[in-house]
Design a protein around this ligand. Structure first.
Ligand code: KG4
Ligand code: ZN
Length: 355
């Protein structure tokens, strides 16, 4: 089955063609392209939703065209027109319907609905958050995909969400817990702004924390000892704010030390609660997904936590380029959840969570 997937929930405009062979455990990416308006948001220090939506409109058709052109060239197709390629080569269209920014979501959803309507293809609406976990099912250079077994624990750590889920099949899952306030990525971004680092804060804080060999500042890891699967990161931001106000001057050494302390406080609680969930539910696999999954200290701490816990669990991260928003992960979940819907009933939903 070949799926044309579209992702436009925030500031990335991404299109991919993915294929899942009959009962395969993974999908293969046949063509993909992603445009981003991130440089524009870096100038304003954060995302202004209307600007993001305008950029989605600007990027969507050229990105779609590029992916279909690349696919046609790679496969030496004699037909080159968009509608012919989709009509003859694609079995279904998948699109992120939420959560996300409404203006951005509408661009992808309306494009996908139009393709589905005009070319008479089934439409697969995909929850963006679950798709972040299914980035682990993309078999590019990632051989680990063959190790995934049910039930698995999913940890979603993105700019807007921090959630732990238990999956017993591709389509049945339960929510174990999540953040009570800010998401992990949001804490990185907000403290990044306090430290006057470029947006988004996460990758910059990881880079600055690498300069620290001896920690001079430490923050409390929030809810580290609570017996539930809740997270809370807004207090951490306040702790960082107090520390910055006290210091007054943002020297390089101070920015490095705050970055290190913040990253450690976030990573410690993510690792501890996720491993507890795997233990409690006897899960042989843990899948991590979302932008914060690109953090290499998170990977190291999961591996360290695993060796000291002696749990027999495989912890998998997507390939780095599939941690942040991309259409291949949307196609990946669509290939497994297979909920083809008539285009009339697909609507963008900025607030959709887990149903
Ligand atoms: O999943 P994503 O691309 O977008 C959302 O769906 O929200 O996640 C973006 C978030 C941002 O908050 C960004 O700071 C964070 O992922 N992020 C990182 C790293 N790379 C991206 N956080 C920590 N370390 C990183 N290396
Ligand atoms: Zn995302």
């Amino acid at each position: 089955m070949k799926i044309l997937a579209i992702e436009t929930s925030c500031d990335e405009t991404s299109v991919a063609i993915v294929e899942r062979q009959e009962s395969a455990h993974f999908v293969t990416v046949l063509a993909e392209a992603t445009a981003t308006s991130l440089p524009e948001h870096a100038q304003t220090g954060g995302i202004i939703p209307e600007n993001a939506a305008r950029k989605q409109l600007e990027f969507i058709l050229p990105t779609l065209q590029k992916v279909l052109d690349d696919y046609a060239n790679q496969n030496s197709l004699s037909y080159k027109h968009v509608h012919e390629i989709v009509k003859r080569e694609i079995d279904a269209i998948a699109v992120t319907y939420g959560p996300g920014l409404i203006g951005s979501l509408l661009v992808g959803v309306e494009t996908a609905k139009t393709l589905s309507f005009v070319l008479n293809k089934p439409l697969l609406p995909v929850n963006h958050l679950i798709a972040h976990l299914y980035a682990n099912f993309i078999n590019s250079e990632n051989e680990n995909v063959k190790k995934i077994q049910f039930p698995f624990i999913g940890l979603i750590v993105s700019g807007g969400h921090t959630d732990l889920l238990l999956f017993t099949s591709h389509t049945s899952y339960s929510w174990l817990g999540g953040t009570r306030d800010d998401a992990a990525g949001e804490a990185f971004d907000k403290v990044g702004r306090l430290l006057e680092l470029p947006y988004p804060g996460g990758p910059e804080i990881e880079r600055r924390a690498r300069n620290v060999s001896d920690a001079s500042i430490s923050f409390t890891s929030p809810l580290l000892h609570s017996k539930d699967y809740d997270f809370s990161f807004s207090g951490l931001k306040t702790e960082a704010l107090r520390c910055v106000r006290k210091e007054k001057k943002l020297t390089d050494g101070f920015v490095d030390a705050v970055s290190y302390a913040l990253q450690k406080a976030i990573v410690d609680v993510l690792v501890k609660k996720t491993l507890c969930a795997a233990h409690e539910h006897n899960a042989p696999t843990v899948l991590i997904g979302g932008g914060v999954a690109a953090n290499s200290v998170l990977t190291h701490c999961f591996n360290d936590g695993l060796s000291s816990s002696k749990l027999d669990v495989e912890i998998l991260f997507p390939e780095r380029k599939y941690c942040t928003d991309n259409a291949a992960m949307i196609g990946a979940y669509a290939a497994f959840c297979n909920t083809a819907t008539d285009w009339h009933s697909v609507k963008a939903d900025p607030e959709v969570y887990f149903s």
